[in-house]
Write a protein that binds this ligand. Structure first.
Ligand code: NAD
Ligand code: UD1
Length: 338
């Protein structure tokens, strides 16, 4: 019995591999290295003290997938593989629909053909769109998304729910992540974005290490306590543990279920900058810039359903998140290197 991890070399996938191995699961990993380096997996094996099968394979390659399912008894799939840059998705929508939506359809077709009908999918809080008030709950309306990336997440959620309706043997667990930050406490694996980061925490840590001159805070006139955007930051290791619980759930249930994975607490941009400076004793120079198109003022979760049904609750606080992000960045100033 093994769990197949698509996109297992990426930021969240690599941390999840470690937590699954720690929990005693056998894993098989696939990735096409589009946004990852082999070094990440080498370090996962070093940290876990275990080797596992890896396939360089694209989720759109049905024959490649068939070979993996034929070589291993796969009980469930955790499906991370996909493209995730919001701005890029506006420039290249067809690539995003092809990779994310097309890739997921191919993966599910091969899964059904090979008799594996359990999938845990990486969705996003972005599916709640612009119109719902926080704390966000799983039964609120979804779909009012503002960019192709978000739309791929919404469409995949709907496709996977349709698959469950069509065949009662399927199990689908949709995990809506809030804002993952932090890194493994060893400082050996972490987030290694290509080029200039889009997201707040990698930007803060690259300013702190001197790779970037200063942070631009996108707007200080939102209707929030200090005027800057409020988000639900969650430690990537807590998120990874959430996947271990979600797989346990998927192995015991059928049908489709949706869970928020967040802490339930919102922090503003200024809160996070201050927490990072205080936790690490470093300076993060910033200026106030105009709002970023598509941003909302406030987004945080109600995580109680995951606690109730999965027995999962985030354990790390914002100080842990800032300290672990900085340990990774300061020990690996160029990420995984070339
Ligand atoms: P990541 O880019 O680090 O990891 C994704 C991995 O998938 C990469 O290793 C990449 O090489 C691989 N991949 C991409 N397309 C592939 C394909 N066609 N075939 C095989 N492998 C492919 O991203 P991440 O931050 O680890 O995110 C993982 C998942 O979680 C993604 O689906 C992302 O959209 C989703 N998500 C991420 C966040 C976040 O803030 N990081 C938030 C919400 C949802
Ligand atoms: C973004 C994506 C979202 C995706 C999520 C995780 C957008 C509009 N949304 O969410 O679809 O699921 O990442 O990948 O891109 N900020 C700054 N300066 C910066 C960067 C960010 O002030 O240089 C602010 C933002 O305005 C926001 C907060 O920091 O208030 C968090 O931003 P970010 O890390 O990009 O995440 P989200 O916008 O929540």
């Amino acid at each position: 019995m093994a769990i197949l991890i698509t996109g297992g070399c990426g930021y969240i996938g690599s941390h999840t591999c470690i937590e699954l191995l720690k929990a005693g699961q056998d894993i098989v990993v696939l990735d096409n290295y589009y946004n990852a380096k082999p070094e990440a997996l080498r370090r996962v094996q070093e940290l876990a003290g275990k080797e596992f099968p890896f396939y360089e394979c694209d989720i759109r390659d049905a024959d490649g997938l068939r070979r993996i399912f034929a070589a291993h008894k796969i009980d469930a799939v955790i499906h991370f593989a996909g493209l995730k840059a919001v701005g890029e998705s506006v420039q290249k929508p067809l690539e995003y629909y092809d990779n994310n939506v097309g890739g997921t359809v191919t993966l599910c077709q091969v899964m059904a053909e090979m008799g594996c009908k359990r999938i845990v999918f990486s969705s996003s809080a972005t599916v709640y769109g612009m119109n719902n008030p926080s704390p966000l709950q799983e039964d609120m309306p979804t779909g009012a998304v503002t960019n192709p990336y978000g739309r791929t997440k919404y469409v995949i959620e709907e496709i996977l729910k349709d698959v469950c309706v069509s065949d009662p043997d399927w199990t689908v667990v949709l995990l809506r992540y809030f804002n993952p930050i932090g890194a493994h406490e060893s400082g050996r694996i972490g987030e290694d974005p290509n080029g200039i980061p889009n997201n707040l925490m990698p930007y803060i840590s690259q300013v702190a290490i001197g790779r970037l001159p200063r942070l631009s805070i996108f707007g200080d006139d939102y209707d929030t306590p200090d005027g800057t955007g409020v988000r639900d930051y969650i430690h990537v290791v807590d998120l990874a543990v959430g996947h271990v619980k979600a797989v346990d759930f998927a192995l015991k249930h059928t049908g489709a279920e949706v869970f928020n994975l967040g802490t339930g607490t919102g922090y503003s941009v200024l809160d996070l900058v201050k927490a990072f400076q205080d936790a690490n004793g470093v300076e993060v120079p910033y200026t106030i810039a105009p709002r970023r198109a598509g941003d909302i003022a406030t987004c945080y979760s109600d995580p109680s359903k995951a606690e109730r049904l999965l027995g999962w609750k985030a354990a790390h606080d914002v100080v842990d998140m800032c300290r672990d992000s900085w340990r990774w960045q300061s020990q690996n100033p160029q990420g995984y290197g070339d």
